[in-house]
Design a protein around this ligand. Sequence first.
Ligand SMILES: C[S@@+](CC[C@H](N)C(=O)[O-])C[C@H]1O[C@@H](n2cnc3c(N)ncnc32)[C@H](O)[C@@H]1O
Length: 513
Amino acid sequence: MLDGMGMLEGIGMLDGMTRFEGTGQGGGATPPPSPIGWGGPGGRGPGGVAGGVVAVSVGVGGVLGGVVVAGAVAAGPPSAAELCWLHAAAPTPTRSRAIETDVRWNMARDYHVAVAMKAPRGFSRDAARSHGDRRSENVLVHGENLDAMRRLLRAGFAGRFRCVYVDPPFNSGRRFAEYDDASTPAEWLSMMRERLQAARELLSDHGAIFVEIDDTELGPLLGVMDDVYGRDQRISTITVVRSAATGHKAHNRGPVNVTDFVLVYARDRKGWRCHQLTREREGYDAAYGTWLENPADACVGWRFTPLGSKARAVLGKTATRPDIERFAVDHAEHVVRFAQPRYEAVSRKAQALIDRSRREPGRVLRLKRAPRKDLLLRGGNRVLFLADKVATIGGRRLLVEPLTNLWDDVPFQGIAREGGARFVRNKKPEKLLARVLALSTDPGDWVLDPFLGSGTTAAVAHKMGRRWVGIEQGDHLDGLCVPRLRRVVDGVDATGVTQAYDWRGGGGFHVWT
Ligand SMILES: C[S@@+](CC[C@H](N)C(=O)[O-])C[C@H]1O[C@@H](n2cnc3c(N)ncnc32)[C@H](O)[C@@H]1O
């Protein structure tokens, strides 16, 4: 019903006790004088993102649409009430779609009512700079981050974020076009201490904070992290190789600085939920040089030949070393190596089997050790499979190894165009943030970056299906972050990790001040 009569009804419970009701009627070009009347505490509906679940049924043109959603309804000016989603009880996508077609459309046309997530108390939503799906929960805060984090805490965001990534000014002594990076060491440290404390309150019990830094303030930062988060909460100090020793750097006195560090602390180490990641391994481990003919048979009957002979029999006599290595990776279930077990570190049962295996070198013996992998022994040596070192990434089988605290495989070169945001010297690679988020979060989790810069964390979180809040005080929020994130939402940013996460656009974000 576009221009005819409309009716809206709402009933609901908030926090299990506050009841509100409302009806509205209107039609044609004239909006109703007061489309929705609310009951509730003080006679008004809940503002912003109050907790609780509300059921709203909507009828248009006298016909009850029967749409029932979980959400909160907030009263606004008479002709601009807003339907707000709760964080905890956000509707499922199906329900969201129902609301979009059945409610937003009709409400907007018949009642001039907007449906959007409203900024909580303490923030105002800037509609002109917000973009995309208005039900989205992602937020760009344009403001000073200590003040913004304190306002987020008051607005109910405490304990919400599974990952906080902090990439502060490194106190390099430089003055960049976008911000000043020259404080006294004491000023810098006190600035960081306050912000790290606020960030800690925002972290969830399963969460962790990642703070990037170079060696200028590394020592003092470690000290303050230990103070604020606790030494016991240290997870790792990751070394990130950000450049090579080329150009003018090679003429510096002493060793050339080519690294950043990322300090990782948990809110509660025991409760931290993370993922075991692997990374692509460079170079083939030549120890994997034996071909197992019949891995599907019982291990006592396994037959082995040299990998090279098998590969040449299949590929031809002219097969090169790289050909053989590729063949091995493609048939990794057949490729093994033999390795000495650490006799003193294994169980009595395992020791007994090792002894027996030495006495019976021609047979492969197996010890089941669920949930660990079976122990396989031949001639007293362990039989290790190349398949355990191979993963399929992007449809290709690749050699991988466990992720360590040395990250030398994330190129910082060639990122100038990432996200279409030029932020010389300070921008971080999307791949770096993708690794941080893959390690520490799952889809739907909340991610916070209080020093957003050009918007890298938000762009990557968006592409990876995480919910995010980014805070930036500089004017480059409008020059860099907003346009970058609009492109991500619109699905026209083909750079960075777009392809790796098969990102095609969608969602949206709000700008709060
Ligand atoms: C090193 S840059 C972050 C770069 C970012 N990781 C990226 O990839 O683009 C630090 C940013 O923090 C911002 N900043 C510094 N102090 C701030 C504060 N107190 N509140 C909000 N933003 C701040 C600066 O304007 C700058 O954009």
